[in-house]
Each structure stands twice: as C-alpha cells, then as structure tokens.
Design a protein around this ligand. Structure first.
Ligand code: XMP
Length: 511
C-alpha cells in the first residue's frame, strides 16, 4: 500500500491500542509492534515516526525492556509516552527516578517555550497522569516544554533531532491537550499527509481483492455481525456474484435479525446469500442441556456441521472470507504474533471448507474503522452500529435449558429493551445491552390475579474492549419505561431487575 506508516512500539502499557487508534483517527496509518522489533526491520518499514508506549516497568529495573540507541540516529522522529519518555531520557544520558509522589488522574499542566509539538496550545491545560517514576534530568540538548506541580518534565524535547518525551497520556480523552499534541507530532514533526482514510482503504481493498480473486470463487460465513457484514460487502463490491455467502440461522438470534440480514444483503445489496434454516436442529441438540460451556460447545459444533453441509452443496471454492480485525491479530496487545479468531463460528471453518486461500480484508482495522468502511460502502447504521452479539446468541442469555417458549419470551423482552435504548439515544453510548431470562420465577399480581412468572434481568455495560466493563448508568425514567413495557407486553414475565455488577468480578454475559 502506498500510505505513510507510524510505528507504535509496545512496552506493555494498558493504553497501547488506544494510542494506535488515536493516530489512525488522525488519518495516519500506524501499526502496534513489539518493543523488540529489530532496527533492520524498522528501516525496512521506513516509518515517518515512531511512538514508544507506556509500560509497567521502571527503566532502572534489571529486566526492564530497553531500546537500541541506534533508533535515535535513523532520522525518524520519536515520541515517548510515560515509560517511553523515561526510556528516552535514560538512553540519551538523562535520568528517570521514582518520584516523591505518585500522580494518578487529572493534573493541571503548564506549557513553556515553543516547539512544533506544543504548537497552538494555550499556556495552561489539563492532562491525565498515571506514574510513579518521572524524568529528573534531561539529556543534553533537550529542553523543557511543559510541567505539572509534581512533575517538572511533563514534556521535554529536542526540535532539531525531533525527539520528544511526554510523561502523561495524550491518548486518553481526559488529557484535553492530548489530541493536539499527537496531531502536532504527526503533522508538524513527522510531516504526515493524512492519507489514511477509510474511503481510500475501501477503494484500495476492492481493487486488491478483485485482482487476487480473478475468476475464482469466494465463500463467506455471514453472521450478521459488523465484521462479517463489512468484510462480505467489500468482497461483494469487488467480485459480485463470484462471492457466495452462507448465513446459518440457528434459531437463537435476536428478534427479526435473520429477516433483516436477508433483507439488507440479499434483497437490497443483491448478494448471493444462502440461508440455512437449522433452528429445529439446534433446539434438539440443546434439549436438557443446562451447563453454559456445554451449550457453547454444542452450538459451535453444530454450526460447523451445518456450514459444512452448505459448503459441500456449493462445492470447492478458491477463497474463504473471514472478518478478522486488528485487535484479533495483536495478541493481547503485544503486536507480535498473528492469531485467527477463536470465535467459534469462524475459527473452525477452514478445516471443513475446501478452499485455497483465506481473504481477511479487515485484518488491519480497528472496530471503529470497520464501522467507517461499512458506512463508506453504503451500509445502514443499523448494521454498522450493531452491538456485539456472542456466537451462541440467546442460548447463553437463557439460564438453564433453552426452549422455544423461553426464546420467545426473551426475544420480546430484549426487543423492547433495545427499542427503548434507541429511543433514548443511548445506543452509541452503551457498549452492549441485552435482556437475560433468569432461571427463577417470582410471584406477582397482574390485574386481580396472582402470577408466578419469570424474572427478566437487564444488562447494559460501557467498555472499550470487553476485557473490563462497567454497568451503564441508564436514567431511571428510561429503566422505568422498559420495565413497564416488558411486564405489560411480554408473556410470562412479571418482574424486571437491573444488573449493577462491573466486570470483574462478573462477566458481561450471564453464562
Ligand atoms: P464476557 O461474558 O466474557 O464477554 O465478559 C465478553 C464479550 O465476549 C462476548 N462473548 C462471546 N462471543 N462467543 C462469542 O462470539 C461466545 O461464546 C461469547 N461469550 C461472550 C460477549 O458478548 C462480550 O461482548
């Protein structure tokens, strides 16, 4: 590809993916790579800039990751963040030490002097700190660019050598000056052109896929989720009818989902999309099963079987499309090895399909970029902003045995929940929200009658990556409306509870 690249060297900090996302948001392509990437490889990639991330170590620890000094003589601008900043200082003859006082959270920062890195910032701003060590002596030739009350070298740098250290985290939204600093680094220091846009990406990918596929045939498993939807649409725009998509309807989807998938992708976009109706088969297999992991295993295995049967009908293909995205590739943020999604409904497919090569058009993209590509391709918000749904879908949101009656109850309650969240315009704020059919019944009174019916639990969380999550503070009046509607409109539900547990200790799903 023809775009400029920034390398983000990963020293193990918790915001590393976020740094990469911010750089991409500023229209510059970047890759998160291990901090031990050899200098020869860096030269080969020839990035326009390098960013060192934060990390949990102290630079003076024996086993702390270090950096080859040669990196500073390549003529490539370097920005060190937190640990990265301390590492620059120490490697170039300055010093980093334990601070008298650790600093976590919001801090007032004051800029001094002038430099392209702090261009356009007013003299005072707010930054977000998280450190115990800090730089106590600058390397020779470097000057101070910003300080906080407890951290004298909040930013320092050398404009001639284009090397800078920032103690705070410009990548987090709480650092009000952060985005401008990153923008300055990219555009004023590295000379970025801003050539990473999703419009360009989509155009380039379509050309690439068209060239690669030639007269070949392509198969794709469509789950209805964002990643597979965008991947399939890209490939479809590239090769049209040479692509065949299979949608396995396991009967466990949310309300109207299968119909919607068919309407959008087959009817509107004209894709060659086959729907395998397997609801009965899945229910049969799940009969009497209550253990969550057993449910997952059964659904995963059955899914692969159904897909295999459909693939056999289609016959040999040349390519298999997978919706793998960048966070799936950068194994736990280390940027070292590539992994294929362990997600059951794609992970097991290669072994049952007769194909020559895998196409993963979204392999370099973060989720928000996948959404932008989807919009560029003309997919509606409903598809592009669809919240993540686990492969086993409602089966792991029904506690205990899955039956068609329980599915019906949960589907209706979940649809009301989703509708009201949408009406309250909370759908982009809340990362994931869904209803759960608990395995308990309680007594109620409806009309003049005693009822003994199901408890519906509502789960709504905010999160960045699903690794940790907090429960969403949905306004009471919205909750009230949802509760009233569910108990009035859904058969076999007479009580609604709201889950106020974060992850950890709970997980997002109940099973
Ligand atoms: P947990 O419940 O582990 O969920 O906090 C984290 C994220 O993963 C999704 N999830 C799954 N996705 N197959 C999937 O494809 C599964 O078996 C599965 N279990 C959980 C969950 O919805 C959340 O987004």
């Amino acid at each position: 590809m023809t775009h400029q690249t920034v390398l983000v060297l990963d020293f193990g900090g918790q915001y590393n993916q976020l740094i990469a996302r911010r750089v991409r948001d500023l229209s510059v392509y970047c890759e998160l790579v291990g901090c031990d990437l050899p200098i020869a490889k860096i030269k080969e990639i020839s990035p326009i800039g390098i960013i060192f991330t934060g990390g949990p170590n102290s630079v003076y620890d024996e086993n702390a990751p270090h950096i080859d000094k040669e990196i500073f003589s390549l003529g490539i601008p370097v920005l060190g963040i937190c640990y990265g900043s301390q590492l620059i200082a120490q490697t170039l003859g300055g010093k980093a030490e334990k601070a008298n006082k650790s600093e976590y959270g919001r801090s007032d920062v004051e800029f001094v002097g002038s430099s392209p890195l702090i261009f356009g910032l007013s003299r005072k701003s707010v930054c977000w700190m998280s450190h115990t060590d800090h730089v106590t002596r600058l390397p020779e030739g470097f000057s101070l660019l910003a300080s906080t009350a407890t951290c004298p070298a909040a930013i320092y740098g050398n404009d001639e050598r284009k090397i800078y250290g920032v103690q705070f985290h410009p990548e987090v939204v709480h650092s009000l000056c952060g985005n401008k600093i990153l923008e300055n680094f990219l555009y004023k220091v590295c000379g970025a052109k801003g050539d990473w846009t999703m419009k360009n990406f989509a155009r380039e990918q379509i050309e690439k896929i068209r060239e690669k596929v030639g007269e070949g045939r392509v198969l794709c498993a469509m789950s209805g989720g964002v990643d597979s939807a965008v991947a399939a649409t890209l490939v479809h725009q590239a090769v049209g009818d040479k692509l065949v998509c299979v949608f396995v309807d396991h009967g466990l989807h949310r309300k109207d989902e299968p119909e919607e998938v068919m309407k959008v992708f087959r009817d509107r976009l004209g894709m060659n999309l086959i729907k395998a109706d397997a609801g009965e088969r899945f229910l049969e297999k799940l009969k009497g099963v209550t253990d969550p992991e057993s449910k997952r295993r059964i659904i995963g295995a059955e899914f692969i079987k159904v897909f295999e049967e459909e693939a056999k009908k289609i016959g040999a293909v040349d390519f298999l499309v997978q919706g793998t995205i960048y966070p799936d590739v950068i194994e736990s943020g280390k940027g070292k090895s590539a992994v294929i999604k362990s997600h059951h409904n794609v992970g097991g497919l290669p072994s049952v399909v007769d194909f020559k090569e895998i196409i993963e058009p979204l392999r370099d993209l973060f989720k928000d970029e996948v959404r932008k590509v989807g919009s560029e391709l003309g997919l509606e918000d409903k598809i592009v902003w669809r919240q993540p749904c686990p492969g086993p879908a409602l089966a792991i949101r029904i506690m205990g045995e899955v039956t068609s009656e329980k599915l019906e109850t949960l589907r209706e309650a979940d649809a009301i929940f989703r509708e009201e969240i949408g009406r309250a315009s909370l759908d982009r704020e809340i990362w994931q929200y869904f209803a759960v059919l608990t395995d308990s019944k309680t007594v109620g009174v409806q009309g003049d009658f005693r009822t003994y019916e199901n408890v519906i639990a509502l789960r709504a969380i905010t999160s960045v990556d699903a690794m940790t999550a907090d429960w969403a503070r949905i306004p009471f009046d919205v909750l009230e409306k949802i509760s009233t509607r569910i108990t009035n409109e859904v058969k076999h539900a007479n009580r609604v509870v709201y889950d106020i547990t974060s992850k950890p200790p709970a997980t997002i799903e109940w099973e």
